[in-house]
Design a protein around this ligand. Sequence first.
Ligand SMILES: Cc1ncc(COP(=O)(O)O)c(C=O)c1O
Length: 374
Amino acid sequence: MVTISKPDERPARPYFSSGPCAKPPGWSPDRLKLDSLGRSHRSKLGKARLQYSINLMRELLQLPDSHRIGIVPGSDTGAFELAMWTMLGARPVTALAWESFGEGWVTDAVKQLKIEPTVIRADYGELPDLRQVNWNHDVLFTWNGTTSGVRVPDGEWIASDRGGLSFADATSAVFAYDIPWDKVDVATFSWQKVLGGEGAHGVLILGPRAVERLESHTPDWPLPKLFRLTKSGKLSEGVFSGETINTPSMLAVEDAIVALEWAKSVGGLHGMIGRTEANAAALDRIVRKRAWLSYLAADPANRSTTSVCLVLDGADQDRIKRMAALLEGEGAAYDIAGYRDAPPGLRIWCGATVDTPDIEALGPWLDWAWEQTA
Ligand SMILES: Cc1ncc(COP(=O)(O)O)c(C=O)c1O
């Protein structure tokens, strides 16, 4: 018996994908400055726009002067692999994995670089015991595990006097959490996540000890040109002032500038964190009211406020797919089925570019789709 009628109101912007994520509110292609298109990215104008995007990122992330920030090819994957390929091999490596992306970096380390890392794993929904980490090793981890909705709670577990380097895949964490930059030697992200920008380019952040590693260590494996960050043993500083390794998409850069200027307009980093937390709190109110909904991440301290992963009482992959398709067909929610390798469930992006009323409007639609697929 059907007891729930179709809700009257749809979320105004039903974009809840965990990547690429919703464009910033008010985004329109008309907002993009197009003067740099069709010009050399090495022209005065091209370089100025690249530098401007770097300056905005530095300001918004509250990045200390000790850390460099540059644009590299290949979205977050490109940036993280560039870091692995250029800096690993100098000391033992520990790789942490608790969901699909962390597992991907383990595969790189084991099968491609063949460096026999110590691997510390946890199941979907859990965080491994971070106290097991030996900080004489280089340590690879994901700040926010996008496919399980489990994040590290903070940077307290990262030793201040570490001998190794900390490598954080921070793509769904930056602009949503306060990152203690003194604990991070390498961080990577892509504009396509919390900023609501485009993929294609990665952003690479390097602390001083990472630069020291780059200038003192020559990897045993070949490095494609796309990964080369040094020349004659010295860091290519140009990469951190807009001289990209190869040709960037200036359209993606202009789009990132629109997103970054929007981020400034909502109060910068703390405005962005506040929006994310408000969205996660709105979703939490929905979850608490429904006995059939719960979190994949059991411990609230480790629970993501960006990629929130939910399990639905007894729902298998088939039911999740049917629910997601129904909601997409109604224009009520796009792309909310969990990641293909994760346990069956829904994943709802709560990053800053989503508006809280749209999360609130989702609740009745979840009830409706749940009953429709029973
Ligand atoms: C934690 C994490 N790492 C890496 C990636 C891969 O990012 P990209 O496709 O931007 O390279 C993603 C994308 O969802 C991610 O969430």
